[in-house]
Design a protein. Structure first.
Length: 117
């Protein structure tokens, strides 16, 4: 009996470590999905890896800027294209991850997105 209990404790600790290391932002994203059903997690990212960097300062619960291990994201609010992204590997002069206007080679012009003020 004692060995079985020790095995379960080990499995629970191991699962906890995996969730904490892989799912750093899982709980944040789950919370926002719960309180704001329209909360967007980019298709290129995952609920485990997406990190909202700047949240809307108003009453809505959406991110303005976010990132994951490969990309930076800006939420446009457009129904057709709710966000734009830029790969972290792209080298832009005067790049600021929290200013989409400094992003080069994005899909902003491709879709003629109207950015909300």
């Amino acid at each position: 009996m004692k060995n079985k209990l020790g095995g379960w404790v080990f499995i629970c600790i191991l699962l906890g470590i995996i969730l904490l290391s892989r799912g750093r932002y899982l709980w944040v994203n789950l919370w926002f999905k719960l309180i704001e059903p329209e909360y967007v997690i980019p298709e290129e990212s995952s609920i485990f890896d997406f990190k909202p960097n700047v949240m809307n300062p108003g009453s809505g619960d959406w991110w303005v800027y976010g990132e994951d291990s490969k990309n930076y994201y800006y939420f446009t609010g457009s129904e057709d294209n709710p966000y734009i992204l830029i790969e972290k590997s792209i080298d832009c002069p005067n790049f600021d991850p929290l200013n989409y206007k400094s992003w080069c080679n994005t899909n902003l012009n491709k879709y003629q997105i109207q950015i909300r003020p």
